[in-house]
Unconditional design. Sequence first.
Length: 166
Amino acid sequence: MTNRRKIIAGILVATMALTGLLVGTVSADDEANGANPRDTLMARVAELLDIDQDDLEAAFTQALGEQREQRQEKMQAARDTRLQALIDEGVLTQEQVDAWGEWLESRPDNSDEIKEWMESRPDMGDAFPFAGGRGGMRPGGQMMRGGGMGGFGGFGEADCPTESEA
């Protein structure tokens, strides 16, 4: 490697290290000030719309709840359609579907306990917002979809006990 390339490589490494240090400092500054990006955004939107921030947050909570209910209704309809198709194909019997439905309904709803635990984690912050009910966010900000708690991720023949196993 020539001297010129060594100098350029050294400058790049130093620049990246300095950038990382500055970003870390700014990020730590925001955390130290207790600045929550969601609260800051809500405050700004409330200011722009000239409404009370509490009213804005209540409206967002209501809208999120309504959207969640609509998604759950759609998921239930899709689940029912798929289960009926599996019954029609002979993959499942109505008794197996009924047993699965009873099991699904009998599970305890511990979402409040999970929410409390997640919020008690100081290293998590607001990474997992729960607005009540089942579901929420996975690490990395991905929404839980079918296959999660109570979701339906493709109930197939391999997932069902045979009559001799039941």
